[in-house]
Ligand binder design. Sequence first.
Ligand SMILES: [Zn+2]
Length: 319
Amino acid sequence: MRIRRWKSKRRMITGLILAMSLAISACSSGQGQDNAVDGDKIHVVTTIAQIAEPMSVIGGDRVVVDSLMGPGVDPHLYNATQGDIAKLESSDIVLYSGLHLEANMVRVFEEIGKNKPVLALSESIPEDQRLKDETGATDPHVWFDIDLWKQALESGTEELKQYAPEDADYFEANKVKYFAELDALKTEASEKLGQIPAEKRVLVTAHDAFGYFGRMHDIQVVGLQGLSTEAEIGLSDIEDTIRILMEHQVPAVFVESSINPSSINAVIEGAQKEGLQVREGGNLYSDAMGDAGTEQGTYIGMYRHNVDTIYTALSKGSE
Ligand SMILES: [Zn+2]
């Protein structure tokens, strides 16, 4: 959903935003105004780092990109801090994922969108390519389909080009180069995951973040929780998951960096009581990435880490 287009910058905080900022959670990262943004660069503010890091590659030295949600942060439950509101207010462009991922920030985006371009990148993806669950809810974890994420990043790139037409060729060249790396990543991931024996191709995680990943790489995905972490996990979810593990003799299940591991541990314990040797297969990045400045703080590094972790845990356990 494109909320509104407006070319002006640095508007005053509206009453509504102010009221919302007072009503929201305690400020953990708010330093008031953003620090040291170069005056002549385009200041892009994003929610998740899966948008921020690729956009900083595509924007190159013409942009400064700020991600509101750092490592370990769960976007489904995230509330904007006062510091976030200040960053959004002083930004030139806001890019978020959408499809209800940042569920508690929708009204903030609507308000900010009255004054500047605010764009939900995942909502640029055609309806018929989106995954839906059995209730009809759209799966927002689009970044796990590399081709679809390219489409999302393409719409972000178009936004940069419209904002700074004089730099359009530069953004385009950076994008083409980066997309070639994403194509290579897709090939690498498909080749590796394709080696997991057919009967072990079951990915069990705490919440249902890997639907697009499973579709792209032909892996059955089981999430204890639904598409959002807002839902409760019931005993029957745990029992159903254990049944699937037994049926496929799945060797490993996975924890997520942004989710409490207790429910996955309950699955491991339950399966072990039933006599299945299942273990924790490692840590996956689902809704958050690793620390900025590390390999896993990049989209490509994050994806590769997940592929390697899944490959190692599911194929090794098959002996
Ligand atoms: Zn999620």
